[in-house]
Design a binder for this molecule. Structure first.
Ligand SMILES: *Cc1c(COP(=O)(O)O)cnc(C)c1O
Length: 362
């Protein structure tokens, strides 16, 4: 069977070159005589793998020396609790921007540990925009403020120049799950960045966190050892058995990105891919994008047809033609094309051809 164009929001498409390389190394890695999956996480050969992955990610994202890259488990959803537990010991006040379902889950979790102030929300219009963020909205004495940089379900994003790092003493904590390595951000603007791997980094099971080291030494007393950032900082992500294979695989993705020219190049390609699809939607008489122009995501592009019948017909015919997982989230309806780094330009071009044909016939 041929590979399809997989527009899934996550777990999502991985670069074919990377899959093929992993396949080659699957049974025997280098001259170790075993699969990476069978290795001790304390072995020399595995240590080289995890160190290289960390060094490559540091290079790709231009991570300053006072930050530590962590390879964790539990998904971005565990970070929703880890962030407040590690930052709210002495000061319980934290600001959250509500731009979608993931923000809401982060807010609900933080409420268990602190005083959450929701500074702005776009829920009034089904999260189809990002509220304009200005310094007067934020608490300049908060322990941190939290934003979701790319809203996977609703298709909006906060680009680097709109990150609300208004006060030097209030670190910005960012959920970057669905646009990490897709567009450039200045890491200095953040206190903590976290991302589940299954959208843009590799297979599910790995969570990457990038933490400013001075921020994470004072967790709440109740924080379990495994949920303390400093546990993992001190142990170089090897406190217990990390998700060894997922880290190896993410390392291959990092090498792939470096070969392609880094995030700058990724962003250019992502801007080109998303612009093609948005231009088509803007000019179509049948299809319609659901997000305001200035906040459109490069990664997740929701769109609708005039009726539920047409939505269903489109999804069915698209699937039959090898464009799969285009069904939108139930709270938005319609369709969503997730076009992460691994989606080739050609996949988007072919989808647009297919959409144009569908428009002609309907
Ligand atoms: C997918 C996603 C999550 C949830 O990630 P898990 O790793 O499944 O916990 C959180 N935030 C955003 C922005 C996401 O896209």
């Amino acid at each position: 069977m041929n590979r399809v164009y997989n527009f899934s929001a996550g777990p999502s498409m991985l670069p074919l070159e990377v899959l093929e390389r992993a396949q080659k190394e699957f049974v025997c890695y280098g001259d170790s005589g075993m699969s990476v999956m069978e290795m001790s996480h304390r072995s020399k050969v595995y240590d080289a793998i995890i160190k290289k992955a960390e060094a490559d990610l540091k290079q790709i994202m231009n991570v300053p020396d006072n930050y530590k890259i962590l390879f964790l488990q539990g998904g971005a959803s565990t970070q929703f609790a880890m962030v407040p537990m590690n930052l709210l010991k002495d000061n319980k006040d934290c600001d959250y921007v509500n731009t979608g379902q993931w923000s809401k889950k982060a807010i609900a979790e933080a409420k268990k540990y602190g005083n959450v102030n929701v500074v702005a929300s776009s829920e009034d219009k089904v999260f189809s925009y990002v509220p304009k963020l200005t310094p007067d909205m934020f608490n300049k004495n908060a322990a941190y403020c939290h934003v979701t940089l790319n809203n996977t379900i609703y298709g909006t994003h906060i680009p680097n120049d709109k990150v609300p790092n208004f006060f030097e003493n209030v670190p910005v904590v960012a959920d970057m799950s669905s646009n990490i390595l897709a567009e450039e951000y200045d890491i200095n603007k953040f206190g903590i960045i976290y991302a589940g791997a299954q959208k843009n980094l590799g297979p599910a099971g790995l969570t990457v966190a990038i933490v400013r080291e001075d921020l994470v030494n004072n967790p709440m007393d109740i924080t379990p050892t495994m949920l303390r950032y400093d546990t993992h900082v001190k142990a170089d992500s090897l406190y217990n058995t990390p998700p060894t294979y997922a880290i190896y695989f993410a390392g291959l993705v990092f090498e792939w990105i470096l070969e392609k020219g880094g995030i700058k190049e990724m962003q250019k390609i992502n801007e080109r891919k998303s612009k093609m699809l948005y231009d088509f939607l803007d000019n179509s008489k049948l299809f319609k994008g659901t997000v305001v122009k200035e906040d459109r995501s490069l990664m997740n592009i929701p769109f609708i047809l005039p009726t539920e019948e047409l939505n269903a017909k489109f999804i069915k015919e698209a699937t039959e033609n090898g464009f799969v997982n285009l069904k939108g989230h139930r709270t938005v309806g319609g369709m969503r094309a997730s076009i992460y780094n691994a989606m080739p330009v050609e996949g988007v071009e072919k989808l647009i051809d297919f959409m144009a044909n569908f428009e002609k016939n309907n």
